[in-house]
Design a protein around this ligand. Structure first.
Ligand code: FEO
Ligand code: CA
Ligand code: CA
Length: 558
C-alpha cells in the first residue's frame, strides 16, 4: 500500500502530536537537547528572489581555497592539532581527528572536556613507509598511538578565543595500546578467541553520547591496522565506551552492539524506558542497525547504566517490509537450514562456510553484517551517521554514496518509527534530501541538529574524486545546514568549506550553541611527498606539514 504523507501522520498517531509539542521547543528524546527551546533561531530564511539567506548567516559559495572558509562574521580557533601536547605528562594529540563531543564542566559552555576520535594515520606524516610489506615495532607503536581518542580540556578565554588547557587533570589519551575489557555475549567466547581483555582501539570514526555522560566511540575500518599490527581482527569493529571524567571506569567494548564497520551511535529511549542505539555500517551495500537494551534506563543510576549495553537485542532494518529484524542465532540457523536459501550477493562466504560460522549468538554479533543480510536486512548505500531528531524522534541516516549502484552523490534517509516509539518494530521512511547538482552537496556524512531543528551535515567526497569530473561543481568538502521543517525543508545552505583534500567531521555544539566544534580531517592527504604538499593547513607559523586539527567556530548571533 502506498502511504502518502498525510496518511502517514495518521498512522503515526501520537507521533504527530509529538511533532506539535516539539515545535514548541519541548521535545526531547536524546537527553541532549533537553533544556533547549527554539528561542534563538539561527535563521535560514531565504528571500525568494535572491535565494540567499537573510538572518544569521549568509551562505558561502563552493570554493577550492586551502582554508576553512566560513560565512562573514564567523571565525575559527585551532584548539588542538596533530602532535600538540595535551597534558603535563606530555601525551600528544593523535592524527586524523574525527568525532568531537563537548562535555561541559560545571554546566559551562565556555569550559569543558572535549573527546576527539582519531581515525587513521598517514604514513607520509606519521609512521613512515613500510620496509617491504612490514612496519617495524617502532612504526607499529606510532600507528597505534596516533589512533583512538583524546580527552582534552578546552576553554574560551577573556578575549573570546578557544584554547586547550594542558594543565588539565582530565586530559589523557586512549590509544591502540590501551587495555580494554570486552562486555556482553561475545566476551570470552570462541568467537573472539576466548578474549575478555583486548589491546587498544583504532579506526575511531564517529561516535555518540550516552544518557549517562560517557562517550561511545566507533571502530570503523579496523581491518588495515589490525593486520599491520598483527592483532586479532575479532577484537575490533566494536563500539567502545569511555567516561571522560572518570579514569577508574574501565574502558570497554560492548559486544552486544555487534561488530561491523561502525560509523557512529545515536542513543534515545523507547517509550517504555529501554535504551535504543541506532548505528550505521559504513560500507557499500550494508545495513542500518538498532540495539534495544533488555533493562530500563535509570537516570539516578549514573555510570552503572553502562550495563544496559551488555544485554539486549540487535536488529537490522528491512526497508522493503518496514520492519526491524532481530539478529538471533536461531533465526540465522533456520534460514541457513532452509533448502531455498541462497547466499546474498553481498556476503562473501559459501553456504557451507556460513553454516560453520554460525554456531552461537556470539557468532551472530561478531559477524553481524552476514547475519543481517542472511535474515533479509536491506543493503544500503554506505550508512554513515545516524541521528535522532530531538524534535520529533525521526531518525536521520546519511547514506553517503554507492558508485556500484549509480548513487554517486548520496542522500539522507529519514526513518519514522511506528507511533514515534524508538522501541517500535515497524517503521516507514522517506528520502529527506538527496545529494547532487540540484541540492549543491555531495556525499553527506556526519550529522547534528541545532535547537531550531536544522540538520547540519558535513560532506565526504573522497580525495581522489574531489574537484574532478562530476564532482567539480561542489569544489572542496563542506558543511551544509538543512532545515527539517518549514518552507525550506530539505534545502541545503553552505556554512563551511574545508581546506584542500580535507573532510570536515564531528560537528558538535556547546549547550548554548554559541560555539561549534568541528574536526578538519586529512588536509593535504593527496600530497605525493613532503616536497609536494597540496595543503599546509592550518598554516601555523613553523609548521612544515598539514595537520589535522579541531577548531572552535564562533560568531553565532541570537
Ligand atoms: Fe570514517 Fe564512515 O567515515
Ligand atoms: Ca565519517
Ligand atoms: Ca567518511
Amino acid at each position: 500500500m502506498e502511504v502518502n504523507r498525510r496518511q502517514f501522520l495518521g498512522y503515526l498517531g501520537k507521533g504527530a502530536a509529538a511533532l506539535a509539542v516539539a515545535s514548541a521547543g519541548l521535545g526531547s528524546l536524546t537527553g541532549q537537547a533537553e533544556a533547549k527551546t527554539a528561542d534563538h533561531l539561527f535563521g535560514f530564511e531565504k528571500t525568494k528572489k535572491t535565494k540567499k539567506t537573510v538572518g544569521f548567516f549568509k551562505p558561502i559559495e563552493h570554493t577550492t581555497k586551502d582554508d576553512l572558509v566560513l560565512p562573514e562574521g564567523f571565525k575559527y580557533d585551532v584548539v588542538a592539532a596533530y602532535g600538540d601536547k595535551i597534558n603535563e605528562k606530555g601525551d600528544t594529540f593523535g592524527f586524523n581527528n574525527d568525532f568531537t563531543l563537548y562535555f561541559p564542566i560545571d554546566g559551562s559552555s565556555e569550559r569543558g572536556l572535549l573527546w576527539v576520535n582519531h581515525e587513521y594515520t598517514n604514513p607520509l606524516f606519521v609512521e613512515g613507509t613500510k620496509q617491504g610489506d612490514k612496519y617495524t615495532a617502532k612504526q607499529i607503536e606510532q600507528l597505534l598511538y596516533n589512533q583512538g581518542g583524546s580527552i582534552i580540556e578546552v576553554y574560551r578565554d577573556k578575549d573570546g578565543v578557544w584554547k586547550m588547557d594542558t594543565s588539565s587533570r582530565y586530559a589523557r589519551r586512549i590509544t591502540g595500546l590501551t587495555p580494554f575489557q570486552l562486555t556482553g555475549p561475545a566476551a570470552g567466547t570462541t568467537a573472539v578467541n576466548g578474549a575478555t581483555k583486548v589491546q587498544g582501539t583504532f579506526a575511531n570514526c564517529s561516535g555518540g553520547k550516552t544518557l549517562w555522560n560517557t562517550v561511545l566511540s566507533c571502530e570503523e575500518n579496523f581491518e588495515y591496522t589490525a593486520k599491520d599490527a598483527g592483532l586479532d581482527a575479532t577484537h575490533y569493529g566494536w563500539v567502545v565506551e569511555v567516561a571522560p571524567f572518570d579514569e577508574s571506569f574501565a574502558v570497554r567494548k560492548h559486544t552486544a552492539l555487534g561488530r561491523f564497520n561502525h560509523e557512529n551511535t545515536a542513543m534515545g529511549l523507547s517509550k517504555d524506558g529501554r535504551v535504543v542505539v541506532y548505528m550505521g555500517d559504513d560500507k557499500k551495500d550494508a545495513g542500518v542497525y538498532k540495539f534495544i537494551s533488555k533493562g530500563k534506563y535509570d537516570p539516578a543510576a549514573g555510570l552503572t547504566n553502562s550495563a544496559l549495553l551488555e544485554e539486549g537485542t540487535l536488529y537490522a532494518a528491512n526497508m522493503k517490509k518496514g520492519v526491524w529484524v532481530a539478529l538471533t542465532i536461531e533465526a540465522v540457523q533456520a534460514a541457513l537450514a532452509n533448502e531455498k536459501f541462497s547466499v546474498p550477493y553481498n556476503v562473501n562466504y559459501s553456504k557451507e562456510q556460513l553454516i560453520e560460522m554460525f554456531k552461537t549468538q556470539a557468532d551472530v554479533l561478531v559477524h553481524a553484517h552476514e547475519a543481517a543480510m542472511i535474515l533479509g536486512a536491506t543493503p544500503t548505500d554506505r550508512p554513515e551517521d545516524v541521528e535522532i531528531s530531538p524534535f520529533d524522534s525521526t531518525i536521520f541516516i546519511a547514506h553517503t554514496n554507492n558508485d556500484s549502484h549509480g548513487n554517486i552523490h548520496g542522500h539522507i534517509t529519514r526513518f519514522f518509527e511506528k507511533d514515534g516509539d524508538l522501541g517500535a518494530m515497524e517503521f516507514d521512511f522517506e528520502i529527506f534530501a538527496a545529494g547532487g547538482r540540484q541540492s549543491g552537496f555531495s556525499a553527506p556524512d556526519n550529522l547534528t541538529f541545532d535547537s531550531n531543528g536544522n540538520l547540519w551535515t558535513v560532506t565526504d567526497m573522497s580525495g581522489s574524486s574531489m574537484n574532478k569530473g562530476v564532482f567539480v561543481p561542489f569544489a572542496n568538502n563542506g558543511m551544509y545546514v538543512i532545515p527539517t521543517s518549514g518552507e525550506h525543508q530539505g534545502e541545503a545552505f553552505q556554512f563551511a568549506s574545508a581546506p584542500v583534500d580535507a573532510e570536515l567531521t564531528g560537528p558538535w555544539f556547546t549547550p548554548d550553541e554559541r560555539t561549534l566544534f568541528l574536526a578538519v580531517q586529512h588536509p593535504g592527504e593527496q600530497s605525493k611527498s613532503l616536497n609536494e604538499l597540496t595543503s599546509k593547513w592550518p598554516h601555523r607559523p613553523g609548521d612544515t606539514i598539514p595537520r589535522p586539527a579541531v577548531v572552535a567556530i564562533t560568531g553565532f548571533k541570537f
